[in-house]
Write a protein that binds this ligand. Structure first.
Ligand SMILES: Nc1ncnc2c1ncn2[C@@H]1O[C@H](COP(=O)(O)OP(=O)(O)OP(=O)(O)O)[C@@H](O)[C@H]1O
Ligand SMILES: [Mg+2]
Length: 310
């Protein structure tokens, strides 16, 4: 048995041409392993191929080439076992408007062959905060409630792997926090989580590891910590005690800028230049320092540096 929840090799998907649109190669040969127990982020710009990849995992999109193993089961050899190991919260709500949340969860459990005695309907309704709406028609639920119900549906068969495609797109802050609390709780209990999101600060906070895909190709895959470390650039922002119109003379490798608010910003490579050198240069120029802060690159900087201009 491998330690990976998911093993993808050489995955390709070309959507066939239709009357109006030409064929589209959405995935161009992806190799990706996702360790068990992790919270894994799949990032990329619109149209990168994230949902296509997730829908292949879900068995909703038929791949054109490659191998997919889910919890050790080859999707093509053991479709039933590989499907049972994974639960998907899709990007697009696909709820039947005439089912109630309780009904939807029951039907979903039935589809997965979960015996009545083993169903966790009430527990899931509590988890997703819909116990008080359990018997309301789905069409009377708000958009955020529908998203929570989608999460619930992904959980009925107690999968080892939970996949969330844009779980927090367009939901309010309170619901977003609730969703993430739930995801953390499930992960703490051992569930492997795979998610896509366009909120990079969210990915930074939640994910142990991240893959970025662009135009159907994986351009990077690393731990979140390493990714953030790849941008070596830091900025030291110094507030002088009085207005200083000029920048001090600087050692090589440091660029300075006087910002509109009067602070002096120095950008440098942290592996090459110790911050003390900058502070010394500022002092040597006769500037008294009132405050010092530092700005580190965030995931957004990494993302933009990797995906822009491609
Ligand atoms: N059913 C389909 N038929 C034809 N082309 C498709 C289909 N689904 C997706 N595509 C195309 O495949 C490419 C990848 O789409 P996909 O939905 O996987 O992107 P995504 O990374 O999930 O984007 P987003 O961030 O907008 O959700 C896009 O060019 C899209 O137009
Ligand atoms: Mg998508």
């Amino acid at each position: 048995m491998t330690d990976n929840a998911i093993e993808i090799t050489g995955l390709k998907k070309t959507y066939a041409a239709t009357g109006r649109s030409p064929a589209k190669e959405a995935l161009k040969g992806i190799d990706l392993s996702i360790p068990r127990g992790s919270i894994f982020g799949l990032l990329g710009p619109n149209g990168a191929g994230k949902s296509t990849l997730i829908n292949v995992l879900a068995g909703l999109v038929v791949k054109s080439a490659g191998k997919v193993r889910i919890w050790g089961f080859d999707q093509d050899v053991n479709p039933r076992q590989s499907r049972a190991a994974i639960g998907i919260m899709p990007q697009e709500p696909n709820l039947d408007p005439f089912f109630t949340p309780r009904g939807s969860l029951d039907v979903q459990a039935g589809l997965y062959g979960v015996p009545k005695a083993q169903r966790r309907t009430e527990e899931i309704l509590d988890l997703i905060g819909l116990a008080d709406k359990a018997d309301a028609y789905a069409r009377s639920l708000s958009g955020g409630m529908r998203r929570r119900l989608l999460l619930g549906k992904a959980l009925v068969h107690s999968p080892q792997i939970l996949v969330l495609d844009e779980p927090t797109a367009g939901v309010d802050i309170e619901l977003r926090n609730l969703l993430w609390q739930n995801v953390r709780k499930l992960n703490d209990a051992g569930m492997t989580i795979i998610l896509t999101t366009h909120y990079l600060e969210e990915a930074e906070a939640m994910c142990d590891e991240i893959a970025i895909i662009n135009h159907g190709e994986m351009i990077v895959r690393d731990t979140t910590a390493n990714l953030l470390g790849t941008l070596d650039q830091k900025t030291l922002v110094i507030t002088p005690d009085a207005n200083h119109p000029n920048l001090p003379p600087l050692p090589g490798g440091i660029t300075g800028q006087r910002r509109d608010n009067g602070t002096l910003a120095f950008t440098y490579q942290s592996s090459k230049t110790p911050a003390g050198e900058i502070i010394q240069a500022v002092r040597d120029a006769g500037i008294t320092i009132r405050d010092v802060t530092s700005e580190q690159p965030d995931l957004e900087d990494v993302f933009l540096s990797l995906t822009s201009g491609r």
